[in-house]
Design a protein around this ligand. Structure first.
Ligand SMILES: *[C@@H]1O[C@H](CO)[C@@H](O)[C@H](O)[C@H]1NC(C)=O
Ligand SMILES: *[C@@H]1O[C@H](CO)[C@@H](O)[C@H](O)[C@H]1NC(C)=O
Length: 366
């Protein structure tokens, strides 16, 4: 409120000054000047107050530059909430940290690949919360879902123009935006070509659009068979999951996304052929122990006491591959639809009434 008070004092001073020095002015001019002075001050005060009350492109809404400590916070948040994705966590932490800490010369473009329920959406939510105070509800976070926003393949040309307009419009207002494209494999071919110029390196502002601070994330299941295959072969040959690295996947993912007709949005797209994607991030298929972690998280988030019998019952109900006689190693649906499955056991669950610290003691997975 002190902005307003200061404004009023300033305006009154001007009026008094005018009355005492310019007695020649008629009352209408005088009132006019006073109103102009007052509204000018109120306008300035309003601008400052507005950013405190409503989200705008700056402090305190952008949780901008991540120093080393905040980079660690991102890693911890990911490690706490995402199971079985050591490669993704490493790559994402590194790249996001660098992008936010420096003045980037090009937007960061990541492509997440993996099957159902392996954590791709979960990771984007954690990222949004790390970058924007309002998380996924921030007006600078855009979740673009193929089947909702681009349902008809025949309208691809229109969608391309529309999408271009969205990106330009949003980047004109604020250079820090997070664009998430979900189900890229269902985006009609050609639509993504509309955004390739926004992903380029320009090192400067172009036509009032500064795209350098933006982050683009593509989510798809393109190449996910290949990821499954590599994970399975590693297991078969006795390697640990953790020994797999990005080098086992990077080229394969790029090749599959570009060449497989089923990866529609990416299929022969400029985004890939012009090498606009900085990193292809593989999400590995989840094992039973990972899904159990998700169930424990669900119980904790919903204030249920930990019930190991429910955790293993839910894990038992899921399908695993490869089918017998091989050991069913990987969950076919990952951590998707955990809620519905846990709800089926709500009769055996109790709400927690004790202290919150004890509740958080069982940390789930190592
Ligand atoms: C920003 O993007 C959203 C889609 O997330 C779109 O609906 C909106 O029109 C865009 N804003 C501008 C100014 O173009
Ligand atoms: C769990 O408990 C906390 C603290 O008692 C509360 O703030 C929160 O809303 C509860 N969550 C649910 C899903 O009931």
């Amino acid at each position: 409120m002190h902005f307003f008070n200061r404004g009023i004092i300033a305006a009154t001073t001007i009026v008094v000054f005018l009355i005492s020095t310019c007695l020649a002015l008629d009352p209408f001019t005088l009132t006019g000047i006073a109103v102009a002075g007052l509204s000018g001050t109120i306008f300035t005060a309003w601008q400052a107050t507005k950013c405190r009350l409503w989200e705008c492109c700056g402090e305190p809404w952008l949780l901008g530059s991540l120093d080393k400590g905040a980079g660690r916070a991102l890693r911890n948040a990911l490690e706490d909430r995402v199971y079985g994705q050591h490669i993704a966590i490493e790559l994402i932490t590194q790249n996001i940290r660098n992008h936010l800490a420096e003045r980037p010369s090009k937007p960061l473009v990541l492509s997440f690949h993996g099957g159902t329920g392996v954590g791709k959406n979960h990771v984007t939510r954690v990222l949004a919360e790390t970058m924007f105070r309002k998380g996924m509800t921030s007006k600078f976070v855009h979740l673009i879902i193929a089947t909702r926003h681009f349902p008809y393949a025949s309208l691809a040309a229109d969608y391309r123009v529309m999408l271009q307009g969205w990106i330009r419009g949003n980047l004109t207002k604020c250079s820090r935006n997070l664009f998430i494209f979900d189900e890229v494999d269902k985006i009609p071919a050609g639509v993504l070509d509309g955004i390739s110029s926004f992903l380029e390196y320009y090192g400067t502002e172009v036509d009032g659009v500064d795209q350098r601070a933006a982050i683009f994330i593509f989510l798809s299941n393109a190449g996910c068979k290949k990821i499954d295959e590599i994970a399975y072969e590693a297991w078969e040959s006795g390697k640990t999951r953790e020994s797999l690295t990005i080098f086992d996947f990077q080229r394969e993912l790029m090749r599959h996304a570009f060449n497989e007709e089923t990866s529609t949005g990416f299929f022969r797209s400029d985004v890939i052929s012009r090498e606009l994607i900085d990193i292809y991030v593989p999400f590995l298929p989840l094992e039973r122990r990972h899904v159990e972690g998700c169930v424990r998280d669900y119980l904790r988030e919903h204030n249920y006491t930990l019930a190991e019998d429910v955790v293993s019952k839910v894990a038992d109900e899921l399908d695993y591959w490869p089918p017998p006689p091989d050991a069913g190693l990987f969950s076919t649906t990952g951590c998707k639809r955990i809620r519905e499955r846990v709800v089926g056991h709500s009769a055996s669950l109790k709400k927690w009434t004790g202290s919150q610290t004890e509740l958080e003691d069982h940390s789930g997975l190592p």
